[in-house]
Design a protein around this ligand. Structure first.
Ligand code: AMP
Length: 216
């Protein structure tokens, strides 16, 4: 099964993508994670991407398309694309890429979350650089402020999770990424809408339901 998970920053694409990948034996391909890893390692890709990311802007399509092609071609299992495509140009380039690789898309899952919840989810997010645990100062705070419950490391705040950058990322999402929903509706790819406002388990169940509806 090959899927795209779409939603605004903070809608839960990363969390739900990881859970779904585990349940269905798929590979989660997150361009955001791949780029953050490249920035951390100081690679040529990371150096090109860093300033765009810190400003809440999109990394240029050509850079992302090279990265996506390389990772998708290298994956033999089904996949979930998380954070890609993010522009119509990327979606239009993805179609022939998947056709050439003989990996058709089975559907698009859209996570719907209102803006006020998105802003709190993102600006409250703190992550552990060691064990990768994620907390939220509003919804799921660590027992000791700033310290990971699991391994005791100092929690960090992504530079692009600062409130001003979050607002810019939401604007970019509305202008450049949301139109992809209509793009996939028009192309005939099944588009599944899921209310992403509930707890993690409830959203995961709802995704399972839309992907494999109970027989009538
Ligand atoms: P994410 O973790 O998906 O929110 O991505 C974090 C940042 O990485 C975004 O704000 C962009 O700067 C960059 N990025 C990730 N995926 C893409 C993409 N498909 N196209 C352009 N920029 C991207």
């Amino acid at each position: 099964m090959n899927l795209i998970i779409l939603g605004a920053p903070g809608a839960g694409k990363g969390t739900q993508g990881a859970l779904l990948a585990e349940r269905k034996g798929l590979r989660q391909i997150s361009t955001g994670d791949l780029l953050r890893d490249a920035v951390r390692r100081g690679t040529a890709l990371g150096r090109k991407a860093q300033s765009y990311m810190n400003a809440g802007e999109l990394v240029p399509d050509a850079i992302i398309l090279d990265l996506a092609r390389e990772v998708i071609a290298d994956t033999d299992q089904g996949f979930i694309l998380d954070g890609f495509p993010r522009t119509i140009v990327q979606a239009e380039a993805l179609d022939p890429m998947l056709a050439e690789l003989e990996r058709p898309l089975d559907g698009v899952v859209v996570l719907d979350v209102p803006d006020d919840v998105l802003v709190k989810r993102i600006s409250g997010r703190r992550s552990c650089p060691e064990c990768k645990a994620v907390f939220n100062v509003y919804f799921d705070p660590p027992a000791r402020e700033g310290v990971c419950d699991h391994c005791g490391a100092q929690l960090t705040h992504r530079p692009d999770d600062e409130p001003e950058t979050v607002r810019r990322r939401l604007e970019v999402y509305r202008a450049q990424t949301e139109p992809l929903i209509a793009y996939y509706e028009r192309s005939g790819t099944p588009v599944h809408y899921v209310d992403g406002q509930r707890g993690v388990d409830a959203v995961a169940d709802a995704i399972d339901d839309v992907l494999e509806p109970e027989p009538a």
